[in-house]
Design a binder for this molecule. Structure first.
Ligand SMILES: Cc1cc2nc3c(=O)[nH]c(=O)nc-3n(C[C@H](O)[C@H](O)[C@H](O)COP(=O)(O)OP(=O)(O)OC[C@H]3O[C@@H](n4cnc5c(N)ncnc54)[C@H](O)[C@@H]3O)c2cc1C
Length: 431
């Protein structure tokens, strides 16, 4: 089969933060599902690229990258079923804005709404909240072009392997659309505590992480006394139950009338306690601004929430080694799920996130220190962020990995959708 001549081809480029340059020889941008099918069928090596917000080579290939962002947009709400079917290349900001005009909401969002739905669910992207699972868990149906160019659809109800499909690191096909669970719309207010002492955080971690609908702690590893700020995203209909930070030796951020809350940066969503729609409060970053800094590297490790305080204490013992390189750190919770490759598989998890200065050599030197400190807690790494964990250490954390490998080998016998990353991390050979 020959490639359709009109298929737009671009340079592969680099990840959003620039810390990985793609080895792929080109980026294909099909304009129709048929054009995508032809491109996949004609390729010997091809991988999907989302909005490039992963930090490592998870998306890369030595063949072609393909984006579904040029396909016609779909955002179709099923009022009866309480779901939305969305094209895979759609970004959360666009989806949320459209849902915002209805009585529906997504239960949770990641820190940035700039990412594509297909890319986010492929890596287990998560927000925070002791009750909330990652974004992949909201997937109820998947439409994808498989390795042989066939367009297929799977549903949670009918497919016995569905727990292996949404969070699949691009190894099973090029996702063209996803059906997601919705919840009735709700309002959120965001408030901030300042000066939380480390001692209180370690002693009351569970209570603090459960203090609102979604809680993020932003620890300061350079201080022995003060862990720092806590961002609380509370449903306005549960605000009366809010905890007093004075109980933990912290205080509310000051919110001068008509001004940004104390410490809030221009690219962040409102932190001054003003009620607003879920989609303007759950993400940390405003859709119309650049998220985070850009010139950075990110890592995130997940441990069992019950081990959270012990894991943080173990990391603190090495803080002198790594704190000077840390730009921002964040602790979030992700509820347990049964997705085969989920970092929260089978355990309620604490995510320990670190945003690093873009100094790859220095970061690569301290990651083994962090990983050794966390080793007693069986850490799982975020699939889209950096880690130096050896493949065996990664693989032993996923009891369903053999089932996933069988699914991938069956879906793609010649390994055209596989890459170095999948071989290194999952032991998935390229046929
Ligand atoms: C500033 C910043 C903040 C972040 N905040 C968070 C956060 O709050 N929580 C969190 O968990 N993560 C966070 N991340 C990480 C990010 O959410 C994930 O790396 C996510 O996968 C990025 O989605 P993407 O669309 O950019 O996908 P890409 O990075 O482009 O691709 C990721 C993977 O998805 C696959 N993929 C993409 N599109 C498709 C498709 N159509 N079909 C099949 N496979 C596909 C790719 O092959 C690749 O394996 C953050 C990243 C940045 C840069």
């Amino acid at each position: 089969m020959t490639r359709t001549p009109a298929l737009p081809v671009e340079q592969a480029g680099a990840t959003w933060s620039g810390c990985h340059t793609f080895a792929a020889r080109e980026l294909l941008r099909p304009r129709s599902i048929e054009q995508l099918q032809e491109a996949v069928a004609a390729s010997t090596r091809i991988r999907a690229l989302g909005t490039r917000h992963s930090f490592n080579d998870v998306a890369d290939t030595d063949g072609s990258l393909v984006t579904v962002q040029g396909l016609p947009e779909r955002i179709e709400i099923d009022e009866q079923g309480g779901t939305v079917t969305v094209s895979g290349g759609t970004i959360y900001a666009r989806l949320a804005e459209r849902l915002g005009a209805t009585g529906w909401a997504l239960a949770n969002m990641g820190s940035l709404p700039h990412i594509s739905v297909a890319g986010a669910v492929s890596t287990g992207t998560h927000g925070s909240g002791v009750q909330h699972r990652n974004l992949s868990d909201a997937v109820r149906a998947i439409e994808a072009v498989t390795a042989d160019g066939t367009l297929r659809r799977w549903t949670r109800e009918e497919d016995p392997d569905f727990a292996g499909r949404a969070l699949s690191l691009g190894a099973l096909g090029i996702t063209t659309a996803l059906t997601l669970d919705l919840v009735p719309s709700f309002e959120v207010r965001q408030d901030v505590w300042f000066e939380l002492p480390w001692a209180a955080l370690l002693e009351h971690l569970e209570e603090i992480m459960g203090a609102a609908y979604s809680v993020s702690v932003m620890p300061d590893w350079s201080s022995r006394e003060r862990a720092g700020k806590v961002w609380l995203k509370s449903r306005t209909d549960a605000w009366d139950d809010a905890l007093d930070p004075a109980r933990f030796g912290a205080r509310w951020a000051r919110t001068p009338h008509g001004e940004r809350a104390e410490g809030q940066l221009p690219h962040q969503t409102d932190q001054g306690g003003a009620p607003g729609p879920w989609w303007q409060r759950l993400p940390h970053f405003r859709p119309d601004a650049n998220p985070s800094r850009g010139d950075e590297i990110q890592t995130e490790y997940f441990v069992d929430r019950r081990d959270g305080a012990a894991a943080l204490a173990a990391l603190r013992d090495h803080a002198e080694r790594f704190a000077p390189l840390v730009l921002v750190s964040e602790l979030r919770t992700v509820a347990a799920d049964d997705l085969w490759l989920s970092p929260a598989h089978g355990r309620d998890s604490l995510g320990i996130h670190l945003t690093w200065a873009n100094d790859p050599a220095a970061v690569l030197e301290v990651l083994p220190v962090i990983e050794a400190a966390l080793a007693p807690f069986a850490p799982r790494t975020h699939w889209g962020k950096w880690s130096t964990l050896p493949g065996e250490a990664v693989r032993e954390q996923y009891p369903q990995l053999p089932a996933f490998r069988a699914l991938a080998e069956d879906a793609d016998p010649t390994g055209k959708l596989r890459n170095d990353y999948l071989e290194r991390m999952l032991g998935l050979g390229r046929g």
